[in-house]
Ligand binder design. Structure first.
Ligand code: MG
Length: 451
């Protein structure tokens, strides 16, 4: 059996690769892993989610677990309540930002943190060896309705923010898991809400579950046309948020991450911010100018959450819009992030465009070089051996591929986890320099491939 779990759990086309049979096995494995513990289960709006929820539930019950059914909820709500309700594990049925035909299974531990690669391997081992714990008829589990528990999450989020003015906010949940919750939370926080794509719909008729600039065009024009103060759009399962400024412009993702990170550091009078190896150097610049320090983790919110914990960070985030607020919980939370963003605007007395404009946006060049999976280790080690002498970096980072930091930019070489490619990312203050750096490393990779 190949690896089931990727950086975001199991993700595949529903009823083709991600079948009810597989979901059943995952449920049985989690029941085994937790020794028939209490498991909170939630799902997003996808058409295949109830099918997979039923299968996972059957597997959990077979192993003696008590299944607490949260129902339709964003991933961060499931993660928060898993810890808050003292569950042994949480299971979220979602494919996040993937197209509608996909679905996925993301598992959380009792701390409300996505399973680490080691914990995931343990689940995989149980499945591949079929060493399931099966209870006899007296010991099979039972399922209880836990949908009312969502109110605990709502109250926790509302007590995290205390807004003074009535903000006029455009929200675009994209027909995903935040469809009902995001508008309700903003209204209860005292905002005037204009929403679009806020009817739950597994066909995602309004836009892609991935909130790209192109996908959220309608929300951008609504901010402009309605003269709203700000707009927010979420991905399919609500752990990511993108910001739209008062002019209806889509905020570059690294820029909003850097501006918000610097704000948190200012609030704390210093502190560590965790991000991943792909984030822009504007994050380091903004955080350092505010008196803080940046640590970099591997790509994936599990790794950033781990770095947040390990370094006692005041904030963690990836440039895809997954922001972690350790004061509240350790899972990225789109709705919480957007409400805290509003609170930040209030504290700083700034409009979104002013809040963001302090952070420069630098050009990034990305190039993929084809490389067979079996060749990746050899090629990466050859590039690693040469990059230092060739580029004379001021710093070199090996947490995820090899990243060389220079005085005027950086370049990252990373084997793709899913495709036969080696990915090269370069950032510099000018487009020309970024291209030069990328091309130089492409040459190193090509030479390494030629052996
Ligand atoms: Mg997501």
């Amino acid at each position: 059996m190949g690896r089931l779990f990727g950086t975001s759990g199991i993700r595949a086309v529903a009823n083709v690769e991600l079948t009810p049979e597989l979901a059943l096995k995952v449920g049985m494995a989690i029941a085994t892993y937790t020794n028939g513990g209490d498991v909170l289960v939630a799902h997003d709006t996808r058409t295949s989610s109830p099918m997979l929820e039923s299968a996972v539930t059957a597997g959990l019950l077979s192993g003696g677990s008590t299944v607490h059914r949260l129902g339709l909820a964003p991933t961060p709500a499931l993660a928060y309540l898993t810890r808050e309700l003292g569950m042994d594990a949480g299971v979220m049925l979602t494919a996040s930002h993937n197209p509608p035909e996909y679905n996925g299974i993301k598992v959380f531990n009792s701390d409300g943190v996505a399973l680490s690669p080691e914990e995931q391997s343990r689940i995989e081992e149980i499945i591949s060896s079929e060493s399931y714990q099966r209870r006899d008829w007296r010991g099979v589990g039972h399922a209880v309705d836990a949908s009312g528990e969502i109110e605990r999450y709502v109250n926790a989020i509302l007590s995290a923010v205390d807004l003074k003015r009535e903000w006029r906010v455009v929200l675009d949940p994209g027909c995903g898991a935040t469809s009902a919750l995001a508008p309700e939370l903003f209204r209860r926080a005292g905002c005037r809400v204009y929403s679009v794509n806020s009817q739950p719909d597994g066909f995602f008729p309004g836009r892609s579950p991935n909130p790209t600039e192109d996908a959220v065009r309608l929300a951008c024009s609504m901010v402009r046309d309605l003269g709203a103060d700000v707009g927010f759009a979420y991905d399919g399962d609500g752990d990511r948020v993108v910001v739209i400024d008062e002019e209806g412009r889509y905020a570059p993702l690294d820029q909003s991450l850097a501006a918000y990170a610097a704000h948190v550091v200012r609030l704390h009078g210093g502190g560590v911010v965790a991000t991943n190896v792909e984030a822009s150097m504007c994050v380091d610049e903004a955080v350092e100018a505010a008196g803080g320090r940046v640590v970099r983790a591997r790509v994936g919110d599990v790794h950033v959450a781990q770095a947040v914990k390990e370094h006692g960070a005041v904030f963690g985030g990836e440039p895809c819009g997954a922001w972690i607020h350790p004061k509240h919980h350790l899972a990225p939370d789109g709705v919480l992030s957007s409400l805290l963003f509003l609170a930040a605007l209030e504290t700083e007395g700034a409009k979104p465009s002013d809040f963001l404009s302090g952070v420069p946006v630098y050009p990034v060049v990305r190039v993929n070089v084809p490389c067979e999976n079996s060749e990746k280790p050899r090629v990466m080690s050859a590039v690693d051996g040469r990059i230092e002498g060739a580029l004379q970096p001021v710093d070199i980072l090996r947490v995820d591929g090899v990243a060389a930091k220079l005085s005027d930019g950086w370049v990252l070489v990373r084997p793709s986890g899913t495709e036969p490619l080696i990915r090269i990312t370069a950032e510099a203050k000018t487009e020309e320099r970024a291209r030069e750096l990328a091309n130089f490393v492409v040459k190193l990779v090509e030479e390494a491939k030629a052996g």
